[in-house]
Design a protein around this ligand. Structure first.
Ligand code: PRP
Ligand code: ADE
Length: 195
């Protein structure tokens, strides 16, 4: 992998080709986007693409979802000069928390937690994760923010697949992602075409 190469004419999402397909089987997500975070220009362009729809929007706080959502979420928070809230998988936070059950792409039942002392009523929160597949994870995070009285200012992820759950999110919240329209069907089919 050449971590300095940037294609001469690069369109939105050029860096998606840095993502690597699953080689380990059904217990894992179908793709691993994390190599794009290793490329300095890719990371910068990805963050810029995620922020583009929110220019000028009031955002008080950025929240990232455990675990890979912490990377982009923190990068987005720094770019916006805002603070960062970690939404955790259950069992890690040693302070008072609010919990929300959910089921994700793996079909397993899980629980997400957020500390209760940070999101005050009316606070505008931008939610960031690496990926939205079924939307189960993001919907749990939305519920947590809203149960605390926060306002979901937007949802951002590298990709939002065309699932029922992701459509539910798109219809209700302003969303940002990095996938150009011509590539979206490939991600929805779980076939990037560059394996
Ligand atoms: O839309 P869904 O079907 O709910 O899936 C999306 C979630 O799954 C992945 O995380 P995962 O739980 O695999 O963990 P990781 O972030 O620790 O890799 C991804 O980063 C999202 O958080
Ligand atoms: N990181 C990821 N890549 C592809 N599909 C996913 N589904 C959930 N997480 C994913």
């Amino acid at each position: 992998m050449d971590l300095s190469h940037v294609p001469a004419a690069h369109e939105k999402g050029w860096y998606l080709a840095l993502m690597a397909p699953n080689t380990k089987g059904p217990n894992y997500a179908w793709l691993d986007p994390s190599r794009l975070y290793c490329h300095p220009q890719a990371l910068q362009d990805c963050v810029a693409d995620l922020l583009q729809p929110f220019q000028g929007d009031p955002i008080d706080l950025v929240a990232g979802i455990d675990a890979m959502g912490f990377i982009l979420g923190a990068a987005v928070a720094v770019a916006l000069r805002k603070g960062f809230l970690a939404i955790r998988k259950a069992g890690h936070l040693c302070v008072e928390t609010l919990s929300e059950p959910y089921t994700d792409y793996s079909g397993r039942e899980k629980v997400m937690e957020v500390r209760t002392d940070t999101v005050s009523p009316g606070l505008r929160v931008l939610l960031v994760d690496q990926w939205v597949e079924t939307g189960g994870t993001m919907r749990a995070a939305i519920r947590l923010v809203e149960r605390l009285g926060g306002v979901v200012a937007g949802v951002a992820a590298v990709c939002m697949e065309d699932s029922e759950g992701a459509r539910w999110i798109r219809e209700r919240y302003k969303c940002a992602h990095c996938v150009p329209p011509r590539l979206q069907p490939r991600f929805d089919r779980h076939q990037t075409g560059w394996e």
